[in-house]
Design a protein around this ligand. Structure first.
Ligand code: S3P
Length: 446
């Protein structure tokens, strides 16, 4: 079944050096196509992530009648159809591996005049959708899920939505965004209150498209029935993709790497705070603003890392970076403890379990908890064959681990790296981290 997913062979390297720009921000790329499609006029996007996840969003809007051109790499032109211009797709909207596409679209589609059915791959089909379906039903949406609140999602058309005030039980930018997008179609005011700060790209971009929105502390609020005006957008490089190189250069002695044009929105920079607390040398240079988002160049040099207790308030601000942060912890002196991160169990894989299995195979001592992990760092890593669990960020995290391993790490099932970071292997190779690809070893179960 997984026969087409290749293995990676990560052979490490010595010091990492050079200047690179990592792939475009995934969260911002999704939103640029969504908002561009329901805006009036043309939206010109630069730096769009041409990964499978954001392309799934793009394909969904094309299927709903939006003309979207891709004149050259990273450039996307969306011919917006306005808030009420989407058309019924001919079939299911297949969102592949992308939880962001499914959850945000659930909100955006809840208020359309036509019905839609949202489906995904095996990983996405295991992920919880009740967190968006339930509050959207409170707004008047008619949404059916499979048992257990899983995909597919059947969204019935022609529901009259009304604004609600919703206190989110989980700190989730996807839930917040789904409700705000539904709120565009709702009568009255939609108010969302988050239990801890989560990424605020939707709010920033709505404002950039001229949509009035009130933000005050944990609250985001908007009225339905307004208009979005097409805009020019520059997507920054993704800090979640930069994170692999921040850790790689930190753990490879003598490294000196410059990562250009990285988004440093304060709701995303937990990884920098955590690595600095571990002793990493990361400089934030040439801070500037681009398309309503703060951007900078990041200079990272090799440093001796030490284990820490990760402050719980940083968890939502670094939620996608934990696979590679666990690798940093394994290479640090002393223990690192993470708690309050149960969300990691419902990402593209159970990231606590799949990382623990892989790290143990490399000889790392650790304990897991329902909401976290304790990692004893410092020992050298043994070569091993491990399984990525079909999870892009786990595959790339173990590539980084090879920098401190005494031999190659073979990582099974790596096709999904293309969901968030196409070109990862080539870019890694260009700065001194060697990762090769080989066809899947079908006959050897992992
Ligand atoms: C995302 C929000 C986060 C994150 C995901 C992208 C977004 O998910 O893990 O990769 O673009 O809004 P949650 O909202 O589930 O925390």
């Amino acid at each position: 079944m997984m026969a087409s997913s290749p293995d990676f062979i990560a052979s490490g390297g010595t010091a990492l050096r050079g200047e690179i720009r990592v792939a475009g921000d995934k969260s911002i790329s999704h939103r640029s196509v969504m908002l561009g499609s329901i805006a009036e006029g043309v939206t010109e996007i630069e730096g769009f992530l041409e990964g499978e996840d954001s392309l799934a969003t793009l394909a969904a809007f094309r299927a709903m009648g939006v003309r979207i051109d891709r004149p050259s790499p990273g450039r996307v032109t969306v011919h917006g159809v306005g808030l009420h211009g989407l058309q019924a797709p001919a079939g299911d909207l297949d969102l592949g591996n992308s939880g962001t596409s499914m959850r945000l679209l659930a909100g955006l589609l809840a208020g359309q005049s036509f019905a839609t059915r949202l489906v995904g791959d095996a990983s996405l089909t295991r992920r919880p959708m009740a967190r968006v379906a339930e509050p959207l039903r409170l707004m008047g949406a008619q949404i059916d899920t499979a048992p257990g609140g899983r995909p597919p999602l059947e969204i019935h058309g022609a529901a009259a939505l009304k604004g609600i005030e919703y206190r989110m039980p989980v700190a989730s930018a996807q839930v917040k965004s789904a409700l705000l997008l539904a709120g565009l179609y709702a009568q009255g005011t939609t108010r969302v209150i988050e239990p801890a700060p989560t990424r605020d790209h939707t709010e920033r971009m709505l404002a950039g498209f001229g949509y009035p929105l009130r933000r005050e502390g944990a609250l985001a609020e908007l009225q339905g029935g307004g208009r979005l005006q097409g805009a020019a957008l520059q997507v920054p490089a993704d800090i979640s993709s930069a994170a692999f190189f921040l850790v790689a250069a930190s753990i490879a002695p003598g490294s000196d790497l410059l990562l250009r044009g990285v988004g440093i929105n304060p709701t995303r920079t937990g990884v920098i705070g955590i690595l600095r607390a571990m002793g990493a040398s990361i400089e934030i240079l040439a801070e500037r603003e681009s398309g309503g988002e703060p951007v900078a160049d990041l200079r990272v040099r090799g440093a001796a890392l030490r284990g820490i207790v990760i402050p719980e308030e940083l968890v939502p601000l670094a939620i996608d970076e934990f696979p590679v942060l666990f690798v940093a912890a394994a290479c640090a002196d002393g223990e690192t403890l993470l708690r309050g991160a149960e969300e990691l169990r419902v990402k593209e894989s159970d990231r606590i379990e799949v990382m623990a299995r892989g790290l143990r195979a490399l000889g790392v001592e650790l304990e897991t908890y329902p909401d976290g992990i304790r990692i004893r760092g410092g020992a050298s890593l043994a070569p091993a064959r491990i399984d990525s669990g079909g999870d892009h960020r786990i595959a790339m995290a173990f590539c980084v681990a090879s920098l401190r391993a005494t031999g190659p790490i073979v990582i099974g099932d790596c096709a999904n790296v293309a969901t968030s970071f196409p070109g990862f292997r080539a870019l890694a190779g260009s700065v001194g981290l060697q990762v090769d690809e080989q066809p899947p070893a079908d006959s050897e179960p992992l």
